[in-house]
Design a protein around this ligand. Structure first.
Ligand code: ASP
Ligand code: MG
Length: 444
């Protein structure tokens, strides 16, 4: 069994969905996981915002314009009048459902139900097309097997058990379609795996179904060695290890949801990043193997806040770091980077929701300094296997840029630096010129 996930742009129009249908046509058993059509989840988020603000008239207008967009999709997608009729009925029902939320108080449960509509629509519309084409397939409702627990973590046992039950209902079926992103929570309500979560769905489904491969189809030919939106001359990386891919995804490579690496890694299932616009391109393959030797890639993550705590109490004391970390734990705020000296500790967070509360508590330990608008630059490679000199190349490239923090040795996969966001473009460009060996076996 293979899992093939197609992102929003890959199913962004009737034409793109037809291209997906032709890509999945072979006899191999597969589960196709779809995102919402591009722009839909954003539109649903906006609708929910208006409803929260009691701006119901504005919400209705947004709902109408999204509904119109789907009518156009239906017109462009099908030729058979029967299927067209079914598709109109489907979208009308979904939009009536969304409109029903404009009638009374809007709650967080209702918001989640609204956000789920995008994937419910894309998968149903796609399956009608397969039906029109005479391609046998079954639509599996993700809400019947995808589940998160009280801590909002996927419930792997539940997912595996229920997915298998669903699949067993159709022993002769080779092609299954299901929704990414949506799930049920511990209370059985509709919920989701957070924005960009369809990749995570694909990988959880892959792990649950013991898939032989997880393919993530997007609109770029794999994970690039640097941010292609900022730097020219980037190239796709042919091979990455799970750990390298996780670092890159976490620290800014937008192509893959960071959480989606772990379920694949745990079951040792290769993840392929492929391009719907260029299906013949090799893309990136992520496996347990690391191809050592060189620096592989750079990624950048913005909106980072750096916090420095300076304290005489740290000197020769134990337990100090624990007390500091406990503050962050209390506010459920993950720490990304950390560096220490004998009298101070610096760390970074990307979620500043409880920044004020955290600072107030940290002040009990000593002097606290906060820098906002910071960017983490993460250089990923196999640094232990490296003989020597990669650090030099990195610092040489960045010699004109002030470095706020440097972290090396936490894992063998990365060197992480903190800079002012205003220096990001220069840093990425200089690293691109300074650290990559071209023709190092990559498919550039
Ligand atoms: N449709 C959801 C989003 O836009 C999930 C996804 O596409 O991965 O975030
Ligand atoms: Mg995505």
């Amino acid at each position: 069994m293979k899992i093939l996930k197609f992102g929003g742009t890959s199913v962004g129009s009737a034409e793109r969905m037809r291209a997906v249908a032709s890509l999945i046509q072979n006899d191999e058993p597969k589960i196709v996981v779809l995102s919402a059509m591009s722009g839909t989840t954003n539109a649903l988020v906006q609708i929910a915002e208006k409803l929260y603000q009691n701006k119901n008239q504005e919400a209705k207008e947004l709902i109408n314009s999204l509904h119109d967009k789907y009518k156009q999709v239906v017109e462009a997608f099908y030729t058979s009048t029967d299927i067209k009729k079914k598709a109109y009925e489907l979208i009308n029902n979904h939009f009536e459902h969304i409109r029903s939320f404009t009638l009374d108080l809007f709650t967080v449960h209702e918001e989640r139900a609204v956000l789920a509509q995008g994937e419910l629509l894309s998968t149903a519309l796609f399956q009608f097309y397969l039906e029109e084409q005479g391609i046998p397939s079954v639509l599996l409702p993700a809400l019947n097997f995808m589940k998160i627990d009280e801590n909002e973590e996927p419930d792997a046992d539940y997912i595996a058990k229920n997915l298998k039950t669903e699949l067993a209902k159709y022993p002769d079926t080779k092609l299954f379609i299901t929704q990414g992103y949506i799930c049920r929570n511990a209370f059985g309500e509709i919920d989701n795996l957070k924005r960009g979560g369809s990749d995570y769905s694909a990988s959880l489904i892959g792990a649950a179904a013991d898939a032989s491969e997880i393919q993530i189809w997007t609109d770029i030919d794999g994970m690039h060695n640097n941010d292609p939106r900022i730097v020219k001359n980037t190239y796709p990386i042919a091979e990455l290890s799970f750990d390298e891919a996780a670092e890159l995804a976490y620290f800014g490579a937008k192509i893959l949801h960071p959480s989606s690496v772990l379920p694949a890694k745990q079951k040792n299932i290769p993840v392929l990043l492929l391009n719907t616009m260029q299906p013949e391109a090799k893309g990136t393959i992520i496996t347990s193997q690391s191809k050592g030797g060189s620096i592989k890639a750079v990624a950048a993550k913005d909106d980072i806040t750096a916090i420095k705590i300076k304290s005489g109490r740290m000197l020769l004391a134990y337990g100090f770091l624990r007390s500091v970390f406990e503050v962050f734990e209390r506010y459920k705020t993950p720490i990304d980077m950390i560096t220490t000296s004998e009298v101070a500790v610096s760390l970074t967070i990307d979620n500043s929701k409880f920044l004020n509360e955290i600072i107030t508590e940290l002040k009990e330990f000593g002097q606290v300094e906060v820098d906002t608008d910071q960017t983490i630059i993460c250089v990923v490679g196999d640094f232990i296997a490296e003989r020597s000199g990669s650090g030099l190349k990195i610092f040489e490239s960045l010699k004109s840029i002030p470095l706020r923090m440097i972290s090396y040795g936490g894992s063998k996969n990365n060197i992480t630096l903190l800079i002012n966001t205003s220096d990001k473009v220069e840093a990425l460009t200089r690293l691109n010129d300074g650290i990559f060996e071209r023709n190092n076996g990559n498919n550039a």
